[in-house]
Design a protein around this ligand. Sequence first.
Ligand SMILES: [Zn+2]
Ligand SMILES: [Zn+2]
Length: 271
Amino acid sequence: MKLKRFLSIPILGVFLLLGFVYYITIFIFIEDWIGLQNSSGSLNALIFTFLTAFSIFSFSVCVLTDPGQVPSSYAPDVEQSGISDEETKRKICDRCATYKPPRAHHCRVCRRCILRMDHHCLWVNNCVGYWNYKAFFMLIFYATIGSIYSTIIVITCAFQKDWDFNGHIPLKVFYVTCGVMMSALSLTLGTLFGWHIYLIIHNMTTIEYYEGIRSAWMAKKSGQNYRHPFDLNAYKNITLVLGPNMLKWWCPTAVSHLKDGLTFPVIRDNS
Ligand SMILES: [Zn+2]
Ligand SMILES: [Zn+2]
């Protein structure tokens, strides 16, 4: 049962954090800043509720979607052209004892090979691979925007408050703690989001980024230039992950553009 994937301590932690941030942002800070009984306060609460709902939706899709299993019938197409030495088409996973398609990797936690594996994510209790990478990316997109939104509200609320009254020390500590916590969360999520924008623009997975450093070093030693074989062009790379229709980019389940995850266009194919 896939729902069992939710039964993990990090996932529980994510939900607790989400619930806490949602509660303090709406019922403490927006309420204190402009109040919830007027159109401006309600609008801010509504926007933040949407961001939280989309974060939870993307998170759930990421947890529940199988990242990509290598079909038992898979065998590399010997005639297939355009696969570099790095992505050797006859690669065999010594743990699964089966052929491993290009960009697939063996995950020690999942104990199987995952198509276009990015990394195994403790926070979603799942591998991030071919079928759930878009959901993962949309999760960090909504979570980053939501976190920055909350940080701005907390800081704005703290600055407009009249702190002259000496009897509110615990409240001051609470405001400062929330401000620091939300700033740190925004910085962490923002860095992760920026990192994955970089990876998407270059059509790389986290694993391929680190492999690329080694390949570039090897190529340099032999006087050659290394280029990531799947890096077509920035726009094409983005559409390969998010889809060709920009109107569907926001939706983590809009993945009809994905094919089988066994073959990928490479630079030589891209005329
Ligand atoms: Zn394997
Ligand atoms: Zn895994």
